[in-house]
Design a protein around this ligand. Structure first.
Ligand code: NAD
Length: 342
């Protein structure tokens, strides 16, 4: 059994390297997810063979030496995954057991590259990749070429925001057409193209790639005075950031609770809205191809930040959020991103 687990760990570490460092995966995400799931089950049954370098506890990939390294103030983590309704219901149950009923913010899971943006007194001063979660790469110059990133905010805030940089599909198609005409290797998908572009040494090249970004979290909320994910996103909108407008807050329970104050001592008995989450998931599962950016799932987050705090984190991911992953529909070809090998 030890050998089997070790072989799976090695294989998944190699896939992680190809995906996160080279931006050139050799297997579809569904294959990676399946093997990871298998490894989680084996390690749960045989915890003595779980190591601290196992892909089940590690986030992302190694950091490229060509960029200055950036230590994250708080780790940039992964998300727990759900592939079906049962695991979403199990997530809801865990949340309810820990903090009672909550509202959920449903967001699209943008398929791009996670980045961190730091602002000092309202000015953009540093941008980094997630890297291995603890240390990322300084890609400030490349990120400055993304027009959707405000270089100056409405208020003189000092904080860090996180989001997903991506390549819109039309930009991706144009880029690959141009590369084909020049006989250059094609990018596999918009995610790889965005990741490859942001890890170019020459910002002029990144600037030509028409990248965009959606911001979805704030590291230090004190300056924003937000109490929920919903409020935090609205404040980001006000400061000039681009957030994804397709999000949906499910259940209007706060308003209901205000109105029916006498219910307040019974709030944990109420049946809060996992049904709303399932509706949202079903809707976007069918509509993902209508968007001009790629999504690979839905992220469900406990809305109230104090409940998020109570729920906390595992070593790899927050307990207050989960990513529902769409079933696979991609086909991986043997095309390679050659740009990173120069
Ligand atoms: P993840 O993609 O499952 O979830 C975490 C990431 O979701 C965050 O880092 C963030 O970048 C992103 N995200 C997008 N929209 C978000 C939103 N609205 N709110 C919060 N986060 C949002 O986990 P991961 O650790 O980044 O990577 C695992 C993924 O990479 C899986 O999809 C896996 O299939 C794929 N992968 C594939 C291979 C391969 O060889 N094909 C190898 C490694 C990983």
């Amino acid at each position: 059994m030890e050998e089997k687990i070790k072989a799976l760990q090695d294989k998944l570490n190699r896939y992680n390297y190809e995906y996160h460092v080279l931006d050139a995966p050799s297997v579809p995400d569904s294959e990676y997810d399946k093997l990871l799931h298998e490894l989680i089950e084996l390690e749960t049954a045989h915890p003595e063979f779980k190591t601290d370098t196992s892909p089940t506890v590690r986030v992302g990939g190694a950091v490229l030496d060509r960029f200055r390294k950036v230590q994250h103030d708080t780790p940039m983590l992964s998300l727990g995954n759900a592939f079906d309704e049962d695991s979403l219901r199990a997530f809801d149950k865990r949340v309810k057991e820990a903090v009672g009923g909550v509202e959920y913010m449903c967001e699209l899971k943008i398929d791009g590259l996670a980045v961190s943006l730091k602002y000092e007194n309202g000015r953009f001063v540093q941008g980094a990749t997630r890297g291995d979660g603890t240390v990322g790469e300084d890609i400030t110059a490349n990120l400055k070429t993304i027009r959707a990133i405000p270089l100056e905010l409405t208020s003189p805030l000092s904080f860090e925001v996180r989001g997903e940089a991506y390549m819109p599909k039309p930009a991706f198609e144009k880029l690959n057409e141009a590369r084909e005409a020049k006989g250059e290797a094609l990018f596999q998908n918009p995610r790889n193209a965005a990741a490859g572009s942001l890890r170019q040494l020459d910002p002029k090249l990144a600037g030509k790639r028409n990248l965009s970004i959606f911001l979805y979290s704030v590291n230090d909320l004190s300056g924003l005075s937000a109490k929920t994910q919903d409020e935090a996103l609205k404040r980001l909108d006000e400061e000039g950031f681009k957030t994804n407008r397709e999000r949906r807050l499910v259940d209007d329970i706060e308003g209901v609770l205000d109105y029916v104050a006498y219910w307040s001592n019974r709030r944990n008995d109420l049946d809060y809205d996992i049904e709303g989450v399932l509706d949202y998931v079903a809707y976007w599962s069918n509509r993902r191809n209508d968007l001009d950016y790629d999504i690979d799932g839905i992220v469900i987050k406990v809305n109230a930040l104090n409940a998020q705090e109570q729920l906390g984190f595992t070593a790899k991911s927050p307990r207050w959020a989960i990513a529902y992953k769409f079933p696979a529909e991609e086909v991986v070809t043997d095309l390679l991103d050659i740009e990173l090998t120069v």
